[in-house]
Design a protein around this ligand. Structure first.
Ligand code: ATP
Ligand code: MG
Length: 485
């Protein structure tokens, strides 16, 4: 069922999956208008596989929900998510809408539906995202392109252009500032001159965005799998537009911080190269790579950055909290940044390797090695100066497979100490377990019941009450050991 713009160019979408055709035809069979829109159409026009499917329709949300039993309806934006058959295709069906007023530059004050496809396209952000395809023969996958803003031509010519007056569009919703950077770098588009000017003019408005929205955009930039340009380009573009200083001022502060690395550039260049060298499959790890040296902005002193990993861990925690990153990822990022400066030398004893594992935690090793590799690539460090990372990885693997590394792997438990030594549960038991752990890290052969009990007895005889740090637990005992040759 065509809309008013029957003047569009005819276009056959042979790649349209049956599941999406099914959703479109159920809507049109019920007498509604329906069009493929947004990112899915854009991606099809580019010749790439769409990430998700968006359909706009004249049917009000209740009507859509009743046509597709089992669909979920997300208020207040009138988007109904339909699980289409044959699955597992998820299609978002959104009622044609007209937005009014954006007092807070974040969310429309009001969403009205009942408009036309043209009105619906007019409230979209960029011309490449404001194209519709209205089917006229679904069996043959034939339809008409409704493209009032020349999005198909912009896509072909490689131009990112705001729909309508760019300044108004960015003033309405500051998220579009970041979306512009994301689309431009994902598809390798040039910014249209007026759009670019408006981006600069409105950059400061990004400060009003919620942490969650900024986080999601940054993760989408870092997680783009087949992006035309690496993430460094996105952040350079943000810098040039004045956006980086607003959303990640801690990263912007690395501009001009000098570094003595084989690969030229300042600490910001190095950070961007580090992010590039990490996989988009783990966008958070890429974010941590991007931020791993933020401590350098404040710790520069005679060419060294003493304690930048400790300082950086604090700064990273602040940034991640501001972005409302889930707690486990905050902890992961802080921990990685805190420990990224380990300096392996082949002279390390096996005990030093075991202490290293204990200090950084077995579950962090893969992250830490991936970050170091990226850091090395970004620094222009090549074998053999790389410090034998492969060797350390191999030694770590051997120790993990063969040596007791945690209190849980000791053959003597707290209960044993209490029973055998006549102790009461409390901090002294923790202290003794910590000492036994240390002994076993030094020499795995010491993990023997009689030997460990003897050690515990001797320690108790020397100091019956003492607890490290006054209120020690074995965690407190285990922490301060730095590995070294
Ligand atoms: P992706 O492939 O990354 O999902 P997308 O273009 O589909 O890209 P979505 O965020 O899924 O992006 O949004 C779907 C469509 O909704 C967009 O193509 C655009 O037309 C419209 N849209 C989304 N967010 C905005 C916004 N903040 N302002 C205006 N239009 C928007
Ligand atoms: Mg999408």
């Amino acid at each position: 069922m065509p809309t008013g713009s029957a003047d569009g160019r005819a276009l056959k979408l042979s790649e349209l999956p049956d599941a999406v055709v099914g959703v479109l035809s159920r809507l049109t069979d019920a007498g509604h208008q329906a069009a493929l829109v947004g990112g899915s159409l854009r991606d099809l026009l580019r010749g790439g596989p769409p990430g998700d499917w968006d359909i706009a329709t004249s049917a009000p949300p209740e009507e859509v929900a009743s046509l597709f039993p089992g669909a979920t309806w997300e208020n207040p934006f009138g988007t109904v998510t339909v699980r289409a058959n044959p699955g597992p295709v998820s299609v978002e069906v959104t009622t044609f809408r007209v937005e009014a007023g954006y007092r807070d530059q974040r969310r429309p004050d009001e969403v009205r539906w009942g408009g036309s496809l043209e009105e619906d396209l007019s409230r979209r952000d960029f011309t490449i995202n404001a194209i519709g395809w209205v089917p006229h023969d679904l069996g043959a996958r034939q339809g008409l392109l409704v493209d009032p803003y020349g999005g198909a031509a912009d896509l072909r010519d490689g131009v990112l252009r705001a729909v309508g007056d760019p300044s108004e569009r960015f003033a309405e919703d500051a998220l579009r500032l970041l979306r512009a950077v994301r689309f431009a770098t994902r598809f390798g588009l040039e910014l249209d001159a007026a759009t670019e000017q408006a981006l600069r003019r409105h950059a400061a408005a990004a400060a009003a965005l919620s942490g969650e929205r900024v986080r999601d955009e940054i993760l989408r930039i870092l997680g783009a799998r087949q992006a035309a340009e690496p993430p460094s380009r996105a952040f350079q573009l943000m810098e040039g537009l004045g956006l980086l200083a607003v959303v990640l001022p801690e990263l912007q502060a690395l501009r001009g911080v000098p570094q003595a690395k084989a690969r030229p550039g300042d600490a910001l260049d190095h950070s961007l190269h580090t992010a590039n060298a990490l996989t988009p499959a783990d966008p958070y790890l890429r974010l941590f790579g991007l931020l791993h040296d933020v401590g350098k902005a404040t710790t520069l002193g005679d060419g060294h950055f003493i304690g930048h990993e400790t300082e950086g861990a604090q700064v990273v925690e602040t940034i991640l909290r501001r972005l409302h990153v889930p707690r486990v990822e905050v902890a992961r990022g802080r921990h990685l940044v805190r420990h990224h400066m380990f300096a392996y030398a082949p002279a390390w004893s096996d005990a030093a390797v075991r202490r290293f594992i204990r200090r950084v935690g077995a579950s962090s090793l893969a992250d830490l090695f991936a970050l170091r590799r990226a850091d090395d690539v970004a620094s222009g460090v090549e074998e053999p100066q790389r410090g034998g990372l492969d060797e350390l990885r191999a030694r770590v693997g051997r120790e993990l497979a063969s040596s007791p590394l945690t209190a849980g792997q000791l053959v003597v438990r707290g209960d044993d100490l209490i029973r055998e030594l006549g102790l009461r549960p409390g901090p002294v038991v923790g202290r003794l377990l910590g000492e036994l752990m240390e002994a076993v890290l030094d020499d795995p052969a010491a993990n023997d019941r009689e030997a460990l009990l003897a050690l515990a007895r001797a320690s108790l005889a020397r100091d019956p009450e003492g607890v490290p740090g006054g209120a020690g637990t074995h965690q407190a005992r285990a922490a301060p050991h730095e590995p070294g040759p």
